[in-house]
Design a protein around this ligand. Structure first.
Ligand code: PBG
Length: 335
């Protein structure tokens, strides 16, 4: 009985899945090296690459090693790197003053990369957290129970101009202060830096997935623990409409690229942002998303390469044009 059972179907979607060539032909989303941006950490000195325990396979590089890494990434077809400095505690203060040092680590790193690999695009974070003793992305108010939004923006605009003058292709304000994108655009224009683009961290959520990154840049012990967390500036993970308000504002203020962060747990937001803007959309697969996959793979519970690939396909399918990912170097040769 069961053997002779035959449905007389008009539609059999499986027909197009029956051979590798048909599956390739009907594939809707392809991740390629040119979609990827590699975040990189830089430290002072000439020491060997430093391991980051919660991010296996990711290192903090001295400038010479960073330059080598950038050459390797460029050869793999990756168009851009995103740089993050880890500073010695002695250069940090309450105001994040070292962010305006014209010889700051990050600026020396940018110049070295641009000299050695001029066609690799470079973006830098415009935020104060690596520079402040308290690890917050801004200067604190007198009561020390919030960041002083406008005072913080007054530093960010100077920082963005310094970074642009040192040769970055793109500045990435990542702190979610109000009005920062417009202020940075104006400051860049006034300084004759009209060509420097802005990637706005527009929908950046107050996420627990940033944990390993805070280990990497040394802001873990303070953020979220001492006085207050970052919830007065980063978005509530429960909020969709508020994310869209931020996107609309950043676009109006002159953002060239709109970012959603984290990526994997926020695919719905990526999709919605894709539908409301004509600007390119970036998504940041953050440190915790990386750590999660690495940890499960180390335990033998997930296949590292397949899970990585699927995580990136999902982010792109959701609507991201480009993805910041710590997997960039590992996955690029497999794409
Ligand atoms: C801070 C910044 C953070 C990340 C990028 N820029 C962390 C934070 O907001 O504390 C997170 C990136 C990641 O987790 O990979 N300006």
């Amino acid at each position: 009985m069961a053997d002779s059972f035959k449905l007389n179907l008009t539609h059999r979607p499986r027909r197009l899945r029956l051979s590798p060539s048909l599956r390739r032909l009907t594939e809707e989303t392809v991740v390629k090296p040119a979609d990827l941006i590699a975040p990189l950490f830089v430290v002072e000195g000439k020491k060997a690459p430093e391991v980051i325990a919660s991010m296996p396979g990711v290192f903090r590089f001295s400038i010479p090693d960073l330059v080598k890494e950038c050459k390797a990434l460029y050869k793999l077809g990756i168009p851009m790197v995103a740089l993050f400095p880890k500073l010695d505690a002695k250069v940090k203060d309450d105001l994040g003053s070292a962010s305006l040092d014209s010889d700051a680590l990050i600026l020396r790193a940018v110049r070295a990369i641009k000299k050695a690999v001029p066609y690799l695009s470079v973006m830098t974070d415009i935020a104060l957290d690596p520079y402040t003793t308290h690890g917050h992305d801004g200067i604190l108010t007198a009561a020390k129970n919030d960041v002083d939004n406008d005072r913080t923006v007054s530093v960010l605009v100077k920082m963005a101009v310094l970074h642009a003058q040192s040769g970055v292709d793109m500045v990435a304000p990542s702190d979610m202060m109000d009005g920062r994108v417009g202020a940075i655009r104006q400051a860049l224009n006034h300084a004759g830096l009209d060509h420097t683009a802005i990637m706005a961290y527009s929908a950046k959520f107050a996420s627990a997935y940033y944990g390993p990154f805070r280990d990497a840049v040394g802001t873990a012990k303070v953020a979220g623990k001492e006085t207050f967390s970052k919830v007065t500036y980063q978005l509530n993970p429960a909020n969709r409409r508020e994310a869209l308000i931020e996107v609309a504002l950043d676009e109006a203020e002159g953002a060239d690229i709109i970012m959603v962060k984290p990526a994997g747990p926020y695919l719905d937001i990526i999709r919605e942002v894709r539908e409301v803007t004509q600007k390119p959309v970036a998504a940041y697969q953050v440190s915790g998303e990386y750590a999660q996959i690495q940890a499960a793979a180390r335990l033998g519970w997930l296949d590292l390469e397949k899970t990585t690939h699927e995580s990136l396909v999902s982010i792109k399918r959701a609507g991201a044009d480009m993805i910041l990912t710590y997997f960039a170097k590992q996955i690029a040769p497999k794409l």
